[in-house]
Design a protein around this ligand. Structure first.
Ligand code: IDP
Ligand code: MG
Length: 140
């Protein structure tokens, strides 16, 4: 059993895809462990995306991720981290395969300089642990 942290980004919430994304998590057989809706601060994003803060497009990511509420959550299951990365598809929606969330619901490589791609998922056990603590303030 493994836990991963996920975000339904502002474009996913604004486009009414919350139910669709949560449905995919549930029908795949994963168990929701935590769920919340909130606005994000630039400070939290700088910590969350600590590897990207020095990239030229980082201010655009901040604009994107603070443009509306996000859904954050944790779910558990077998190889949850890698499975969710596969279910999300490639970072660039143009490269994401049909059947993936990004491949089914996003099409532009970028809008306003940031890549709008509906969802986030932790990329390792370490980042899952770090992101759960960062966003929920406790072990989930
Ligand atoms: P991931 O979300 O697939 O893990 P990361 O490389 O961790 O991809 O990037 C985090 C987020 O930052 C992406 O999901 C996307 O929204 C945005 N992003 C990543 N690379 C670029 C880029 O080259 N231009 C604009 N936005 C980007
Ligand atoms: Mg990432």
């Amino acid at each position: 059993m493994e836990k991963t942290f996920f975000i339904i980004k502002p474009d996913g919430v604004q486009r009414g895809l919350v139910g669709e994304v949560l449905h995919r998590i549930e029908v795949r057989g994963f168990k929701l462990e935590a769920l919340d809706m909130r606005m994000v601060t630039p400070e939290l994003l700088s910590q969350h995306y600590e590897a990207l803060v020095d990239r030229p497009f980082f201010p655009k990511i901040v604009d994107y991720m603070t443009s509306g509420p996000v859904i954050i959550g944790v779910f558990s299951g077998n190889e949850a981290i890698a499975s969710w990365r596969k279910m999300m598809g490639a970072t660039n929606p143009l490269e994401a395969l049909p059947g993936t969330i990004r491949g089914d619901f996003a099409q532009a490589p970028s809008e306003n300089g940031a890549t709008f791609n509906i969802v986030h998922g932790s990329d390792s056990k370490e980042s899952a642990q770090r992101e759960m603590l960062l966003w929920f303030g406790k072990e989930v």
